[in-house]
Design a protein around this ligand. Sequence first.
Ligand code: GTP
Ligand code: SPV
Ligand code: MN
Length: 598
Amino acid sequence: MQVLDVEHLVHLELRNWLRELIDLCHPDRVHVCDGSKQENDRLCADLVAAGTFIKLNPYERLGSYLACSNPKDVARIEERTFICSETEEEAGPTNNWRKPSEMRPHLRRLFNGCMRGRTMYVIPFSMGPLGSKMSLIGVQVTDSPYVVVNMRIMTRMGKEVLDVLGGDLEFIPCVHSVGKPLTPKEKDPPWPCNPEETVLAHFPKSREIWSYGSGYGGNALLGKKCLALRIASVIGRDQGWLAEHMLILGITNPEGEKRYIAAAFPSACGKTNLAMLTSSLPDWKIETVGDDICWMREGEDGRLWAINPESGMFGVAPGTSMTSNPNAVAAMKKNTIFTNCALEPLGDVWWEGCGEDPPPLLRDWRGGRWDPQSGEPAAHPNARFTTPLAQCPVVDPAWNDPNGVPISAILFGGRRSSTVPLVFQSFGWDHGTFLGATVSSETTAAAAGVVGKLRHDPFAMLPFCGYHMGDYFQHWLDVGGALQAEKLPKIFYCNWFLKDASGNFLWPGYGENIRVLKWIFERCDGRGAAEESPIGFLPTPEAFDVSDLEVNVKALFHVDRQQWLQEAQDLEYYFKLFGAHLPKTLADELHNLRRRLS
Ligand code: GTP
Ligand code: SPV
Ligand code: MN
């Protein structure tokens, strides 16, 4: 382990920024992270000693730990997430806005002395392959060692990033504190946090992130949603590229031809599962480039090329099993941090839907003996695993390629129990942009608040767009408009979550989703028959492979005019929200949808 010291950092701006933060936060110690294994081992040992981590049984889970959070700190908190643009209009109607001149003094008060009794860790990290033209560098300061060891999995982190940063490259400053300074005699709780004062502030103009009070997920691992989506969406708008809440997968057909597909579904709606699905169709193969975030820009050949800015997965544990997602199960056999799972007496983790009955004497995520009669789940519904993407058995050979991968198709989708058929294709890029703008989905446990409520979540970016959503729609139209039509990815909409009258899923999902991807692949090839419907192209019965499956094809592809007229009516209201920022092209698309329906 090398001892890196703030005063020896060659980057003047970084050094000055850190000095200011040390003055403000008053940490007892400062540690610049080198990203080494030794450093990680020591931090994990410290976390075990502090009671934050429980070391799991090494025969089951080598190098792996369980952390259980404070019950008040279990998910992203959208009400406390702010975009601090100069004007409210720039943040737009879908974001919480605070005037920078109000937020800055508020943050100064909160951060003043907030790291007393703690170590300030400095994490240099790269979102995207080291040194790629498409990558961005951030430096996160945090007083949470749990955050450091998670960031080491989720990003490229440490000394090698400082080397790329050199003396003068730009970095995105990210400041994080759990908001729980310690007095000299005070004992640190296992999961320090400050739910009453939690705030997550983004400054799109100066490209800064300040997060206070939460140690959980996207609130605290600032490279993820804060940098790679909220701030990167603003940078992408300014520079002509796209920062999206999308998985990226490679799909190879039985002839050995390969294509790449990106897909946007809202939080906890199936990205990780689709990104590494095990095909139920023989000789079709899926490989994973990314499971949550995708940055896309025009390549030298005029196509859209994509990278995954992350290097790990922060995946939803409940529901992950050998039947639903064997690749994720294999990936998390070692070097994995589990958060808010249940603990078995023999030192392995357990969750609802893991494929095994709960063993006796299970400890629930709150730390007490789990009572199966209680009706409460043993693992929190938003329990997560943090695991290196490189450990996924089907990680794509190009996942770390600095040039990214060329995208042939883009999917949008949401969790809809009715109305939206299993899959359909847009009439073109503009109509595809319209489909992205119209995504609605039932809310999930990934964010604090009610679960199961249908809400608009355009492009699955509602909580993640750093500027006016209407302008974001226009940006999508502009990016597409700048590319040659034949080079544009084809755009599709899908829905794995249709239900029948008794509330059962109409579609088996998971590995069977390959059948949808197969049709998409063939559509990109100019094969794969489709018929026009008022909402887009639907697969013809012959073109959609349901061999060996017993499903109600008619119900899966039914387009109910009444329901869709209702949908269009609702969109009419929704689009008003964006006022003059709604692109006319999208208003026209809505008008055309209504015309086709009537
Ligand atoms: P974030 O990490 O929050 O962005 O979530 P995600 O979009 O990656 O969702 P993920 O793949 O983790 O899935 C979330 C939940 O949806 C899990 O409980 C899955 O079991 C469930 N799920 C995923 N794919 C399918 C599917 O094809 N059908 C059904 N019915 N459920 C699915
Ligand atoms: C999501 O909510 O979309 C996630 C989890 O991927 S978090 O990192 O907490 O945002
Ligand atoms: Mn996500």
